[in-house]
Design a protein around this ligand. Sequence first.
Ligand code: OXD
Ligand code: MN
Length: 584
Amino acid sequence: MSTSNASLKNWVEEVARLTTPDSIHWCTGSDTENSNLVDVMVRSGDLIKLNPLTHPNCYLHRSHPSDVARVEHLTYVCTKSREDAGPNNHWKDPAEAHRKMDALFAGSMRGRTMYVVPYCMGPVDSPFARCGVEITDSPYVVVNMRIMTRMGDDALRRIERENSFVKGLHSLGDLSPDRRFIMHFPEELSIKSVGSGYGGNALLGKKCHALRIASWQAREEGWLAEHMLIMGVQSPSGETHYIAGAFPSACGKTNLAMLVPPESMPGWKIWTVGDDICWLQVGADGQLRAINPEAGYFGVVPGTNRKTNCNAYDMIQRDTIFTNVALTADNQPWWEGMETGTPVTDWQGKPYSGNGLAAHPNSRFTVSAKQNPIYSSLAEAPEGVPISAILFGGRRREVAPLVYEARNWAHGVLVGAGMASETTAAAVGQMGVVRRDSMAMKPFCGYNFADYFKHWLAVGKKATKLPRVFHVNWFRQDKNGKFMWPGYGENLRVLKWIAQRCEGKAMAVETAIGFLPRAQDLDVTGLNLDPATLQTLLSIDEAAWKQEMESIGKYLDEYQTRVPAELRKEQQSVAQRLSAANAA
Ligand code: OXD
Ligand code: MN
């Protein structure tokens, strides 16, 4: 097979000349193609078939032990001007980056098959969707892309109709961390990734296309590409509010998007639209509307069990690819947080004797969104869903209260820009260090954050009906390091307050940082939460917040004069309110 699209055909030929594969396979996305690829990988040892009685059609992939997470220090945005990439990105001159990458790609597919993977991010019939083609020498990437995107013939037809697609070139290379780079060329709508088979580095439709390149495209075209879940929150009276939420990697987006309501909140229902990425456009009705560009979940496994999230747990009992989990004696997948079973083999395939972690903390499942028992009936709607509220949230031991609401859109942009969170195992590097992670996009924004904040403010001026903006923190700890809020399904109590705020029905108190619920405004029936703990969760320490605002001011200074004056004004006005409150 090939294509009628000359630019795609030429690019494939050019890549084949450079990488010298043994053969070229154009992916159609069919079931037969998928099972052939799975068979090849089972024979090569790239996939291990799991117990078919307990986990039908499930496989385990073990990645190279040095290749288990995103590599932010090896990820670059290559724009003609360094300032366009901004201090939030590593930068390389595009010509130099191409030279460096092409040297690594030269002959890299010798002895391998080169797969050409056409895909569409978003429902194929959606005007908000965008297409790409990934060329890869990894069959693991192909089977994952088939789950995570609309991959194959339908996408190729759309590419041929539109004559536009993002070019993604990927090779495992020799998997050496010294020869591993993920480079983005937003001005050319292209990506080159070499030396890693890990999801976020290798499944180019996800972070590389749907966030880094798409954020650039979105700015040019007047929309937003965000690191956000999308969920429907349905009240007992049947009204559904759609909420988009930005949280850094491994902070529970998948669990929140698939939340199981507590028994003490009968009648509430949650519907998942997406768990990681959200493309927002101002619709013809003047509202912000969202689509999930992905078709599956690449979720963090540890901690998933029947109690924490039975929806997620049930979803991954069949037709799932696991990466870097442990195994029981009868070949069932196992991870920390699993309530039953005993691991005998760790994530690296070594015998496990009970010391240390059996599964890698960033072990993952890849599963089709269609297997989610609460998949929203509007998840495939070409026009997307209307967004009532946007959440920003980090993993903060202290300072950030359970929830607060921004005064308005511009203040909301400051709340998002000032977001901070403790680092997690989703990226290589030290864990648990608090860093600013604006809109949870620090690793993913394909251009200068100052321009991005400006773009957020501009989108706010285009919409006639804007979502309300909130900040949440499920991760507050007491002096002994114990989590103060139970999290998981109980987070619905906060979502209920948010939904009611959107309807103008819930009360709040105004503080220097925004609107907070009082204890009586939050439904805590059946929760058994100590009133003093609730009080701490719902109050602000003004001295700590003064410092926080100063630190946000310094953070904005890093972006110098490119920072929009409107954002600076917001920061100054919160700082002034805090000073006034301190003086009072
Ligand atoms: C992810 C991430 O895999 O954010 O979603 O790292
Ligand atoms: Mn993510």
